[in-house]
Design a protein around this ligand. Structure first.
Ligand code: AMP
Length: 426
């Protein structure tokens, strides 16, 4: 399957080549052809499947084919509504990348920052607007935005808009969009309220579906460490000594927890930054770009802040704390192993998180493999573990005295593996 066979115009095909995309992902192969023909699409796909391109490419192509290059005053012809600022920015960046050879203008608006730059961009005229619901509604009510010319509408991550309490704003926005339009509706899950919204909005939609939310991509290697809560920071520092971990997105359940992990990592000599709701939008953006350009190796995030973080080639996701909502596990680890690339998802589970682990394994239908070579197995006196580096611990446990590198770490001998297993029984 090639992009050419999906009838994507040469200007966009060239841009995709520049992005290094060789083949369409399954969601792209399914959604792009009907969307190019003007059909409504109902897409059930999670982040990481390539869904952004699945809706961005048809928008760009459909508008490019009708857009005279010299038009001066423009109205918004395509509107993309998405739940978070990070997602909004990433969609806008995708439009810039895929549309780099087209004379179309796009801009992005989201809350939490001054509206001035956004209203100035809008006043110049845009063809495609990417927006989060709150700021969009706000600027509509102030008279900066008219949706009367919208021909294409995308609702992205509709289930998250519901989760985040945006559904009323979304409905108010939809009321201002012309009835005659093409709608592309994407949601990872279809709770009843979202299914009802979809059926009220879509006309004879083409349904496309990839990897339901309960399943995890096969390209992601999952690993589990049973570890006492107080040893988690030591285990994390130990794992990060492995230089094949180029980038790691580490998840905590709370903002405070994220800050604490960063503090410990900095103390251990690793580059790390936190991204969560207490940080300003600028600080979050800065942390994200430092992570993307490799200045920071470890980004520590809470689930809300991490929604939509899109980092190419993210090699590792580490669940420092397991999420209490099992679907969140699937979303978290879906940030690695994207678009067919391989990735590793490592989870730490302490005594109190066993219940969360059971829920996750029930949802995914997978028993996450427990790593036998665990330098901090449950049951070892935490005070001793605190004081002893992993190498010394393996001596203490009678394991081999090999080096500390991946592949020849302490605890590889069969005897020691059994020992670890005994401590880290499921
Ligand atoms: P998304 O699900 O839209 O968040 O996309 C996930 C990641 O896959 C992004 O980093 C995209 O840049 C990348 N991607 C999307 N489509 C392709 C493709 N056809 N080939 C390679 N990478 C892709």
């Amino acid at each position: 399957m090639t992009f050419h066979s999906l009838h994507i115009m040469p200007a966009i095909q060239e841009a995709l080549e520049q992005e290094g995309y060789q083949h369409p992902t399954p969601i792209q192969a399914q959604a792009i052809p009907p969307a190019l023909q003007g059909n409504d699409v109902l897409g059930c796909a999670q982040t990481g499947t390539g869904k952004t391109a699945a809706f961005s490419i048809p928008i760009l192509q459909n508008l490019a084919l009708q857009q005279p290059a010299t038009t001066t005053k423009r109205g918004i012809k395509a509107l993309v509504v998405t739940p978070t600022r990070e997602l909004a920015i990433q969609i806008d960046e995708s439009l810039a990348a895929y549309g780099r050879n087209l004379p179309l203008r796009h801009t992005v608006i989201f809350g939490g920052v001054s509206q001035l730059a956004q209203t100035q961009a809008l006043q110049k005229g845009v063809d495609i607007l990417v927006a989060t619901p709150g700021r969009l509604l706000d600027l509509m009510q102030q008279g900066f935005i008219s949706l009367q010319q919208v021909q294409m509408l995308v609702l992205d991550e509709a289930d998250r808009m519901l989760d985040m309490g945006f559904i009323h704003d979304v409905k108010k926005i939809l009321a201002k969009v012309p009835a005659k339009k093409q709608t592309l509706f994407f949601s990872a899950t279809m709770p009843p309220e979202i299914a009802a919204l979809a059926s009220s909005l879509l006309q004879n939609p083409v349904r496309v579906e990839v990897t339901p939310v309960s399943s995890t991509a096969e390209t992601i290697g999952q690993q589990l460490y049973h570890v006492n809560r107080e040893n988690k920071k030591l285990l994390l520092a130990h794992l990060l000594k492995d230089e094949t971990i180029k980038t790691a997105l580490v998840f905590t359940r709370t903002k405070h927890g994220a800050d604490k992990v960063v503090k410990d990592l900095l103390r251990s000599g690793f580059t790390a930054e936190a991204i969560h709701g207490n940080k300003s939008q600028n600080a979050r953006q800065r942390a994200l770009s430092n992570f993307k350009n490799g200045t920071t190796r470890v980004l520590v995030a809470t689930d809300i802040a991490a929604r939509g973080i899109d980092v190419d080639q993210l090699s590792h996701v580490i669940n420092f704390e397991l999420p209490n909502v099992p679907e969140t596990y699937v979303h978290r680890i879906g940030r690695t192993g994207r678009a067919g690339a391989s990735g590793v998802a490592i989870s730490f589970c302490d005594q109190e998180e066993r219940e969360f682990l059971r829920d996750i394994q029930k949802l995914t239908g997978i028993s996450i493999p427990v790593v036998a070579e665990n330098p901090y197995p449950v049951g070892v006196n935490p005070t001793q573990s605190f004081q002893m580096p992993p190498q010394r611990q393996s001596e203490y446990r009678g394991g081999n005295r090999g080096g500390d590198r991946w592949g020849q770490r302490p605890g590889r001998s069969a005897g020691n593996r059994n020992h670890s297993r005994r401590f880290s029984a499921n």
